[in-house]
Structures are given as C-alpha cells and as structure tokens.
Design a protein around this ligand. Structure first.
Ligand code: NI
Length: 149
C-alpha cells in the first residue's frame, strides 16, 4: 500500500467526471488499498478516486471502523431530506450545511466484482452522496446552504 496525494482546492481533476470501472483489475484493487491508507492518514470518513487524481468511479467510506467499497455506485431510490454540516479532505478548512437525502438505495459493484445493492441512511447516506458527487466533479460547496469559513 502507498499513500497518494490528496488533490485540493482548485485542482482541475476535482471538476472532471470519472469513468466507469469495467473490471476489478489488480490496478483498481491497489487503488482501493491506497485510498484507504490515504483516507485513514488524513482522518477522513470517505474518499473518492478523483480526490487522489484517478478518474474512475470508485468510492470508499469508513464510519465506525467498517470499511466499505463502492464501485460504479448509483443511487436508485431516495427518501426524505436532512441538513447537516459537511467538510471535505479536498477543501481543507471549509465546512458548510448541505441538504442530502435521509435514506438511499444504492446499486454498486463490490470489490469482488459482483453487482449488489444496499440501503443506507443518515450519516452513511450522506457520505455516500458526498463521495458520488466527487465522481461527477461536484464539490459540497456547490450545494451549500450556509458556508462557514
Ligand atoms: Ni469530499
């Protein structure tokens, strides 16, 4: 495993759309390991591949020591809305209030390459939605209700 550099602020890679992953190759597998190492070192709870400069549709989340990997994630259902404060490893020092769905159903490919689905709510749903935004070049500051510097 290796630490990767987290892209920050106005780095253009953060504004690009990431490409689908067709197959979990050894290269993608290594990317996932590196993303976890990088996220833990930065004390984050979520990270998307574009944040380390790789434009592929891979996100990771770890809330309460439960590492999760979502490849080609897609929200197929959502319900409710909730406002909460977010931050981002790519936007150091910025936080702000963002609206997210309360509950989601997510289709994704797991690390073994199988298509599957989960339901998530609350913080987990929020982090997943935040990370999926990164795959589309969207940052939480684009959605902010109330920016706190
Ligand atoms: Ni972020």
């Amino acid at each position: 495993m290796a630490l990767r550099q987290i892209r920050v602020d106005s780095d253009p890679v953060l504004r690009k759309e990431a490409r689908k992953v067709d197959k979990i190759t050894p290269r993608i597998d290594m990317l996932i390991d590196d993303m976890f190492e990088t996220m833990y070192q930065a004390h984050g709870i979520g990270l998307a591949a574009p944040q380390v400069g790789v434009l592929r549709r891979v996100i990771i989340v770890d809330i309460d020591k439960k590492p999760l990997v979502f490849v080609n994630p897609k929200v197929v259902w959502q319900e409710g809305k909730e406002y909460s404060i977010e931050g981002c490893l790519s936007l150091p020092g910025k936080t702000g209030e963002v609206e997210r769905p309360l509950k989601i159903k997510l289709e994704y490919t797991n690390r073994k390459g199988n298509k599957t689905m989960i339901e998530a709510e609350g913080l987990l749903a929020r982090v997943i939605c935040h990370e999926i935004d990164h795959l589309n070049g969207v940052l939480f500051t684009d959605r902010i209700v109330d920016l706190e510097e």
